[in-house]
Design a protein around this ligand. Structure first.
Ligand code: GDP
Ligand code: IMO
Ligand code: MG
Length: 425
């Protein structure tokens, strides 16, 4: 396998974790390049489910190296808890195979408090964040007052940086009626974590370079999805990082010409958690059917995911932004039993037909989807191991998606398990 980016084409939760776990067999190093523990990536191996928020989804494969890149925001408390869970399950999560980039930014308790306080204070216009401190941590990075993983190794520097950050944060806490935080309180939280985490903080760009120069493939694991991207997503209802494939190189610490393949993960219908426009959303029986059949509850916050028909317009935009060499089409089995399926192929807005989403804020709330209707299927497909075993209508649905997007569905997923996957290329 070549160096491959796996990332989401919609609004997250497309099944990236499963696809990364699967493709890890063909890679040597797996790197997360953006986001933080707002992500919830689910792996189901031999019927056992594991949800990872921060550690790359390749960790279950022994002998592979997993890295958290500089583009990630890392909550050290969550990281160490995730390690404990893995070790309990007998997984090797030692610093020999799990590494944090020195330049990754650290989520501090004041980031979490600010995230929650802001959301609580809003009446209308709530983003519906995961409350994990993601936005405030990226804000500090851009404001150049952030704390980076390597700062955790220097107590004097850490204290000075926390003191500087708290100056502004405490003023904001006053605004939101929150108690202030003092340096000692934050240091008391940080110091025990620093002791445990220090061995993990390493030179990740060097690990990636060594692998690549030795011809050992690297897999880049995206979090969230293209339409949650801070620039290209449904702003302001987005996350705070660039989720598009182009950020894989910058967020991991390697040259962009080293990325050979881009696999965008596409759910066979559409879901979204949190607020924001969603043109093909179904607030009816079919929407409930998708929630139930697809077990569409958030892997991080447990929130019920909003569900709707497949939206080719947003996927067309994902194609233009990410340049997929293939798509991994997931959760096809969830559609089994629906008499008819709708595919949104364009929008109408103010009497005009649009092939791409409008870029003005709020315009996406006003579009009307243009649908084509295709027949569904009733046969159980969860045991299919080859494309030919799928019912004709199911194959036709996949073929129509490929035709509309101009990209092959090189992986088709028919269930949550590792083995419930049809690999076509
Ligand atoms: P991620 O954030 O993109 O990794 O996706 P999540 O893990 O948040 O959500 C995807 C959910 O769908 C998880 O519960 C997976 O176990 C499950 N899943 C993945 N692929 C399939 C599939 O093909 N069929 C079904 N029924 N479930 C799947
Ligand atoms: P994975 O990697 C789905 C959404 C939140 C909210 C918005 C901003 O599992 O696909 P944030 O906490 O990032 O500031 O919240 O982004 N969101 C996700 N939705 N899957 C995710 O990750 C998400 N990570 C963030 O619900 O609407
Ligand atoms: Mg998820």
């Amino acid at each position: 396998m070549s160096n491959t980016v796996v990332m989401g084409a919609q609004w997250g939760d497309e099944g990236k974790g499963k696809i990364v776990d699967l493709l890890t067999e063909r890679a040597d190093v797996i790197v997360r390049f953006q986001g933080g523990n707002n992500a919830g990536h689910t792996l189901v191996v031999q019927g056992r489910k594991l949800i990872l928020h921060l550690i790359p989804s390749g960790i279950l494969h022994s002998g592979k190296i997993c890295c958290i890149g500089n583009g990630v925001v890392l909550d050290p408390e969550v990281f160490l808890k995730e390690i404990d869970t893995l070790v309990e399950k007998g997984v090797d999560a030692s610093p020999e195979r799990l590494k944090i980039a020195k330049r990754a930014h650290v989520i501090m308790p004041y980031h979490r408090r600010l995230d929650v306080a802001r959301e609580t204070a809003k009446d209308a216009g709530k983003i519906g964040t995961t409350g994990r401190g993601i936005g405030p941590c990226y804000e500090d990075k851009a404001s150049r007052i952030g704390i980076r993983a390597s700062d955790l190794l220097d107590e004097k520097l850490l204290r000075a940086k926390i003191e500087a950050a708290l100056l502004e944060k405490n003023a904001l806490f006053g605004l939101y009626g929150q108690p202030v935080m003092c340096v000692e309180e934050v240091m008391a939280w940080a110091l025990p974590l620093c002791g445990r985490i220090k061995e993990y903080i390493q030179d990740v760009p060097a690990v990636i370079e060594n692998a690549m120069s030795g011809g050992r493939p690297v897999l880049f694991e995206g979090a969230q999805g293209t339409h949650l991207d801070i620039d290209h997503g449904t702003y302001p209802f987005v996350t705070s990082s660039n989720t598009v494939a182009g950020n894989a190189a910058a967020g991991a610490g390697c040259a962009p010409n080293k990325l050979d393949a881009i696999v965008t993960v596409v759910k066979a219908y559409t879901t979204r958690v949190g607020s924001g426009p969603f043109p093909t959303e179904l607030s009816d029986k079919t929407g409930d059917f998708l929630v139930e059949q697809g077990a569409e509850f958030g892997a991080t916050t447990g929130r019920r995911r909003r569900c709707g028909w497949l939206d080719i317009v947003i996927l067309r935009e994902s194609g233009r932004l990410n340049g997929p060499t293939g798509i991994a089409l997931t959760k096809l089995d969830v559609l089994t039993g629906l008499e008819e399926l709708k595919i949104c192929t364009a929008y109408e807005l103010d009497g005009k037909r649009l092939d791409y989403p409008p870029q003005e804020q709020d315009a996406l709330c006003r579009v009307t989807p243009v649908y084509e209707t295709v027949p569904g299927w009733t046969e159980d497909i969860t045991a299919a191991t080859s494309f030919d075993q799928l019912p004709a209508n199911c194959r036709a649905y996949v073929a129509r998606i490929e035709e509309l997007l101009g990209v092959p569905a090189s992986i088709v997923s028919v269930g949550p398990g590792r083995e419930q996957t049809i690999i076509r290329a």
